[in-house]
Design a protein around this ligand. Structure first.
Ligand SMILES: [Zn+2]
Length: 312
């Protein structure tokens, strides 16, 4: 290599390191202005909605994994860390997270802590006789209501992270369109079941919104919260109803013990009515990560298919 070539090489090195230097600088600048916000959601359904809205533009963490019962869930040490680091927290509200009231209240002193159910009007909610002035918290089971919830979440994220507002708006609209299709698909599927069999019997009353939206009678042994007790009388009443109406199947829930449903099946057998477990439904938690049922749309499709196959 002669001297002039060497000089050229060193010049190239200087230029390239300068370029690297400046591009690092500009990278750093864009990182500070475009710093990803941290979003924490309590349930998998909410975090799925958030992920559909933010894509890779924000960090999204969910506290409750597959099979976790939100009614009974207590925060762990690692949850507290996640909540502390969050820029915004989304939770269901309507007392779904029955044991998290205090920690959410505490967090709301330093950051936005948003109940996604606030995106619905009182008229859209199911009032419950169970507790006065309270509403059924299982709002994700009407896909139509959930689409409104998604719009509400999208609006809030766009206000908090204004730099990406257009991106969030576009994604929200796209996801809402997917949900509208899912809503009409669900209605068509339920219509396959004969009218007499349009009864959904599960361990606890998670499917009230589903029943109201798609025209199914819904009966749960345990009421709206899994924290509620059920008695022998509840089992007897349900057994009577099932045998009188010749219902073909009952359903187990992925986040609730099947003990109560097994008592009902046993009771039916004693009255010479053979009833089967129609399958396991995802009620208050979605399926495992990286499976279809680990997404909101996949979970709804799985539930609806399971219900229709068992009762049609
Ligand atoms: Zn529930």
């Amino acid at each position: 290599m002669n001297k002039s070539t060497l000089n050229f090489v060193s010049l190239l090195l200087v230029v390239s390191s300068l370029t690297t230097f400046f591009s690092c600088q500009s990278d750093q600048v864009s990182h500070t202005t475009n710093k990803k916000i941290n979003i924490v959601a309590t349930t998998g359904m909410i975090s799925d909605a958030v992920k559909n809205i933010v894509g890779d533009s924000a960090e999204v963490l969910s506290l409750m994994g597959p099979g976790v019962d939100p009614h009974l869930y207590k925060v762990t040490q690692s949850d507290i860390k996640k909540l502390m680091n969050a820029d915004v927290i989304f939770y269901n509200g309507l007392h779904l997270e029955g044991k998290m009231g205090e920690i959410l209240e505490q967090m709301s002193q330093n950051k936005p802590v948003i109940a996604v159910s606030d995106g619905l009007t009182k008229e859209q909610l199911r009032a419950t006789s169970e507790f006065q002035g309270n509403y059924d918290p299982h709002i994700w089971f009407s896909v139509q209501l959930w689409a409104d919830v998604v719009k509400f979440i999208g609006k809030n994220i766009a206000e908090i992270d204004k730099d990406h507002a257009d991106f969030y708006d576009t994604n929200t609209t796209k996801h809402v369109e997917e949900l509208n299709l899912l809503h009409s698909w669900t209605q068509k599927q339920v219509n396959i079941i004969t009218e007499q069999q349009r009864v959904l019997i599960t361990a606890h009353d998670a499917f009230g919104y589903f029943g109201r939206a798609y025209g199914m009678d819904v009966k749960g042994l345990q009421g709206l919260s899994t924290a509620a007790e059920y008695g022998l009388k509840d089992v007897t009443n349900l057994v009577d109803f099932i045998t009188e109406n010749k219902i073909k199947a009952v359903f187990v829930e992925s986040s609730v013990s099947d003990r109560s449903i097994k008592a009902v099946i046993e009771g039916c057998k004693n009255k010479n009515h053979n009833i089967v477990i129609g399958g396991t439904l995802y009620s208050d938690a979605m399926g495992a990560a990286n499976t279809d049922e680990g997404t909101y749309i996949g979970m709804v499709k799985y539930n609806v298919t399971t219900i229709v196959e068992a009762l049609k």
